[in-house]
Design a protein around this ligand. Structure first.
Ligand SMILES: Nc1ncnc2c1ncn2[C@@H]1O[C@H](COP(=O)(O)OP(=O)(O)OP(=O)(O)O)[C@@H](O)[C@H]1O
Ligand SMILES: [Mg+2]
Length: 262
């Protein structure tokens, strides 16, 4: 039946028609209000979910993966038995899990430090996965890939455009993973070239922005590295490090006694 005809029916006829079709007709005003409110909430949630998925598709596409391929790792994939010191591997996994949980309500920086092949990138990815599941936008940026793109941009227009796009996204993602921070300093941890220092300063500075009303930080940044803080100081200006290195011991995840399982 056409909607206009339906509207012209009396309540009794409508109820009868609905019953004939096995539909329960809500006539109670309170119930109608509740029904409308629930429908609106559902509509709002659907829209928010769709927008979030769209944003995440963007952050995934702009992410700079090492080796150009998206890598995924979850806390379920963390196998402490891969390490000789199983307890320490469990503790490290738990520390990262707690930090990811805390990141749902607070924003701060985290650094995962240790030797190659010990699982730093994997656990950092698990943290991204955990916060992403709670609707936080995440981005992966291999600092080496970023540095290569930046160098290319010095005489390539497309790369220049891409650098701007990537940098802007790196400022905006709720949680940014700067993977293998420090590799750009090379084997001898030499001072990093000015253009990269300037980019990182710009990004790191944007990421410590605070909410005007609550005074709480709005973004979190996770670093993985093979370097020590001393080596960082040889490579980077202290203004950058002050904005990237966590100030609390619990936010520093040391992969001590962990072995290369690659
Ligand atoms: N505890 C673990 N459980 C399951 N897989 C692991 C574990 N530790 C490492 N791996 C696997 O080993 C490989 C190396 O790990 P990953 O890339 O996380 O190391 P990394 O510490 O980031 O190394 P690098 O410093 O060289 O970047 C990956 O394939 C990863 O999935
Ligand atoms: Mg790594």
């Amino acid at each position: 039946m056409e909607a206009t005809k339906l509207l012209s029916l009396s309540k009794a006829s409508l109820r009868k028609l609905a019953a004939e079709h096995g539909v329960e007709l809500i006539t109670d005003e309170e119930k109608i209000k509740e029904f409308k409110e629930n429908r609106e909430k559902e509509w709002h949630k659907n829209l928010t979910d769709k927008l979030f998925q769209k944003k995440m598709r963007f952050f995934d596409s702009i992410s700079l993966w090492s080796g150009d391929e998206k890598i995924e790792f979850t806390f379920n994939d963390w196998d402490a038995a891969k390490q000789k010191d199983v307890q320490q591997a469990k503790d490290i996994g738990n520390q990262c899990f707690s930090l990811a949980k805390k990141m749902l309500t607070d924003n701060f920086n985290v650094v995962l430090m240790g030797k190659p092949g010990t699982g730093k990138t994997s656990l950092a990815l698990a943290m991204l996965d955990a916060v992403h599941k709670k609707n936080k936008t995440t981005m992966f940026a291999s600092t080496m890939a970023f540095s290569l793109l930046l160098k290319k941009s010095f005489n390539d227009k497309n790369a220049k455009f891409q650098v701007e796009k990537v940098s802007s996204a790196m400022k905006r993602a709720d949680v940014l993973l700067l993977d293998d921070f420090g590799t750009e300093g090379g084997m001898n941890s030499s001072p990093v070239y000015d253009e990269l220092q300037n980019r990182f300063f710009d990004i790191a500075d944007a990421r410590i922005v605070k909410d005007k009303n609550t005074g709480k930080r709005l973004k979190s940044t996770i670093l993985t590295t093979n370097n020590s803080f001393e080596q960082f100081r040889e490579m980077y200006n202290e203004k950058i490090l002050s904005r990237l290195i966590p100030h609390k011991a619990e936010q520093i995840v040391a992969f001590k006694n962990m072995e290369d399982v690659r």
